[in-house]
Structures are given as C-alpha cells and as structure tokens.
Design a binder for this molecule. Structure first.
Ligand SMILES: NC(=O)c1ccc[n+]([C@@H]2O[C@H](COP(=O)([O-])OP(=O)(O)OC[C@H]3O[C@@H](n4cnc5c(N)ncnc54)[C@H](O)[C@@H]3O)[C@@H](O)[C@H]2O)c1
Length: 440
C-alpha cells in the first residue's frame, strides 16, 4: 500500500519504519526541515532501539522516504496517518493545533479520495472535528472528494517501540465505514496474523480506549507508589508486598513497581486530558484526578529523603545522578522526574555530577539548560567522583550490577538514594552503603 505518515517523531518514525518494513511504500512528513534532512542522511533524531537500522534499510530499498512536502505524500497515497504531537494545553486539555493544522493542509492539498487515520492521542470527538476541518477546506476549493477519518490509537512503548509496533498486543480500529475497516484489516493483516488481535469499534470508543488504557496503567503506578509510602510509615517492605500482590493472576506484576514517579510524553498529559474531558461532560473523575496528584508528589519523594538524611544541610553537597530520561532505553526527557528532582535540590544549593547513557545532550540543550550547577559525564563512574551521595533516578540496565567496591572508593560518602529499588538492601548494607529505597 502507499502510505503517508504526517509527523516524524517517536510515533510517526516507528510507524513509518514498521509499515515500510512490512512491504508498504511510506512517505514520512515533518514540518521540521532539520529533522527531515537528518533522516534523509541516514541519522535519526531520537534514540529508539533498532529503529535506525530499519530506517536505513528501507531508505536504501526506496520503500521509505522523508520530506517536508505533504502534497508529494498525498499525491502518492490513499492512506494518510496523522502522528503529530498533542501536547498538554494550558488548562489540562489536549492541544489539538498540530492535528487540526494537518487536517487543514490535507483539505487544501488533497486531490483524490483519502483515508485519514488518526494515530495521535486525541480527545473523544476529534475524528469528527478532523473530518469537518478537511471538508471545510474542500468546500472552499469546490472539490468533491470522499474522505474517511479513522481512529487508530497507538499503544507502543518508547524503548520497545519497534517490537511493539510490529508485534502489537492489539490494533484498535475505530470506524463506521465497512470499506475503511476492510482497508485497515488489509493493512494490519501481517501485524495481527498471530492472534487475530484487530479490534474494531466505533470511533469514539477507539479514541476513549487509548485514554482509558493510559489512565489505568498510570493508576497502577500511582497506586503502588502510594502503597510504598504507607509501607515506609508502617515499616513494611514494598518490594515484598509487590511480589505478594503481583502473584495474584487478577493483578499481575506489570506496572506495579514502586519508584519516583512516572513521566514521559503520554501518561501525564493523557491523564490530565481525560480529567478535562470528564469535567467538560459534567463528571468529576475523582480517582483519575488523584492519580496525577499522587504522581506529582511522588516525583519529590527522593528530594524529601535527601533533605531528611542531610538534615536540610544541602548547600555544600555534590550529588551524583544516574539516569535522566523518563525511563530506560529512550532519550525522551518529557516530564522526566529527574528534571524536577534536580531543580528542587538545586534551589536548596546542591550541585550535580550527572550520567545518562543517552539523554544528557537533550537534557543540557532543552530540559535543564538553565541549570548551571550540573556537570555532565560520559561514564557512570566519573559521575561518582567525590560525591556526597548517589541518586539513581532511571533504571538503565547498565546500573543494575555496577562495581560497588569501585563506587565506594570513588564517592566521598557511600550513600545511595535509589529511586527505582534496583538493589538488594542487605547486599548494599554488606558493601557498607547507607542505602535508601522507595517504600522500604
Ligand atoms: N511517544 C509515545 O510513546 C506515544 C505512544 C503512543 C501515542 N503517542 C501519541 O502520538 C502522538 C505523537 O507523539 P510523539 O511522541 O511521536 O510526538 P513527537 O513530538 O515526538 O513528534 C511529533 C512530530 O510531529 C511534527 N509536527 C508537528 N506539527 C506538524 C505539522 N503540522 N506537520 C508536520 N509535522 C508536524 C513535529 O515536528 C514532530 O516531529 C501524540 O499524540 C502522542 O500522545 C505517543
């Protein structure tokens, strides 16, 4: 099939790479010319395991192309995916300006019938708005074309995005057109052949499914973080509680790891957007609203532990930081707990030696650019030289079995604040570390 994907970010690139890998011809569009130039030169602007190789391969085959020219894509395709960002707006609602800009451009440029497929996470009712926006433009041009707008939310996880896209748990299609559903079935046949997991529903239910899934995952995380905070007060160990709870097949082990809060480009904004949608429709979503409140507080738990341990004498401390990205295997810094933790401790006078395997350049350029108290390092051990304590914020694999003896030699004081409960506390005490975890 001939496909256009508008938006070449984390989702659009994976989508474009995945569809071309399955034998389709894909043109990926982005309004950011620098990004497109970089992609055409075989580099990719983000870190996502395996993505660069697949993109390079399909670029060389000619099955994947990058351009800023939406018309070039529309002229060659009968499917157009929208995968642009939908950041959080001022009042918590999703900002749809990118999506509606694309819809307008499609209406202005399209010359033939088209399936427009919404992959961006958008509030309930957006597909209808996109359709109306396109038809408004077509009317101005006196064009009589048939445009179907389909909802096809994306569930990939950054860090495992390509695998998730190629072997999805499910593909959700929202449409009220039999013809459109048939085209989607054909497109996704290779992706869903294993367990026939293409789920078809009406458009609004598909749009809602994405928010419900993200809100439920975020709820599991905030729930376990709240349990962790109670564990600390009653002197229970959340690591054991997690095992006891997760072993119940009705609950399961995923997304119940205690930590220093979730971040990323999805959970925070999608939970807020769902709260906003509910309120707009006259419902007060008490549970979902609390999920984000718990998370905001959780991002500060490590700050509390540090200030308590050092009895508020933070101003002469140098702290080592392991991990900046919001989770491992990605360079995405959006809503990363590290930013809040570092900035709060900076206000109290701390300085930092920081190491992250992938996201230091992005942190330095965008997210922590005004913070002059940070020294960036290219090895995890360099970031420990003469520090008063280490804060482990993101659980990259390379932090899971470090050389503890070496660490102790490097650090001024052998103190670890582990925001992701990576180590065994008895082992750490055996090595002579003062070791703080979440919920223990
Ligand atoms: N990142 C994830 O893990 C994930 C997972 C599932 C769903 N989503 C959803 O997918 C959507 C995209 O997310 P993302 O993380 O890929 O965003 P992103 O910010 O990484 O990428 C968006 C891209 O769209 C481009 N863009 C914006 N406006 C444009 C326009 N008018 N024309 C062409 N290009 C334009 C931007 O330049 C950018 O490259 C969001 O709605 C998000 O909620 C994201």
């Amino acid at each position: 099939m001939n496909i256009t994907v508008v938006g070449s970010g984390y989702v659009g690139l994976v989508c474009g790479a995945g569809f071309s890998e399955m034998g389709n011809h894909v043109i990926c569009i982005d309004s950011d010319k620098n990004k497109i130039d970089l992609l055409n030169n075989g580099s990719i602007p983000i870190f996502e395991p395996g993505l660069q190789e697949v993109i390079k391969h399909n670029l060389s085959l000619g099955s994947l192309k990058f351009t800023t020219d939406l018309k070039a894509g529309l002229d060659r395709s009968n499917l157009c995916f929208i995968a642009v960002g939908t950041p959080q707006g001022e009042d918590g609602r999703a900002d749809l300006s990118n999506v509606l800009d694309v819809a307008k451009s499609i209406g202005r440029l399209v010359e033939k019938d088209l399936y427009v497929i919404n992959k961006s996470t958008v509030p309930i009712g957006t597909a209808a708005l996109v359709k109306q926006t396109i038809y408004n433009e077509l009317r101005l041009r006196n064009k009589d074309l048939k445009i179907e707008v389909i909802s096809n939310p994306e569930f990939l996880r950054e860090g495992a995005a390509l695998t998730d896209f190629l072997r999805p748990d499910r593909v959700v299609i929202g449409s009220d057109s039999d013809e459109a559903i048939a085209v989607m079935k054909q497109l996704y046949a290779r992706f869903t052949i294993r367990n026939n997991n293409l789920i078809i529903m009406d458009i609004k239910s598909a749009e809602m499914t994405k928010y419900a899934a993200n809100a439920l995952l975020a709820t599991k995380i905030s729930f376990m973080n709240e349990i962790a905070n109670i564990c600390e007060r009653v002197k229970a160990d959340v690591n054991l509680v997690r095992l006891g709870v997760g072993s119940d097949s009705r609950i399961g082990y995923s997304y119940i790891y205690p930590g220093c809060g979730y971040g990323g480009s999805c959970f925070p904004k999608d939970v807020q957007a769902l709260v906003h949608t509910a309120k707009e429709h006259g419902y007060n979503p008490i549970l979902i609203e609390s999920v984000e409140i718990v998370n905001q507080n959780q991002k500060l738990v490590l700050v509390d532990k540090v200030t308590k341990r050092f009895e508020n004498q933070i101003s002469n401390l140098t702290l080592g930081i392991w991990g900046l990205s919001f989770k491992p295997e990605t360079d995405d810094m959006r809503e990363a707990p590290s930013v809040l933790i570092i900035n709060e401790l900076t206000k109290l006078g701390a300085t930092f030696k920081v190491y992250d395997p992938k996201s230091s350049p992005i942190a330095k350029k965008y997210y922590l650019k005004d913070n002059l108290s940070i020294e960036y390092h290219t090895s995890k051990y360099d970031a420990l030289k003469d520090v008063d304590a280490l804060l482990l914020i993101t659980e990259w694999k390379e932090f899971s079995s470090p050389d503890f003896e070496e660490m102790k030699k490097l650090m001024k004081q052998p103190i670890i604040f582990d925001g992701r409960n990576q180590y065994n506390k008895n082992l750490m005490h055996g090595f002579g570390f003062e070791y703080f975890q979440i919920g223990v």
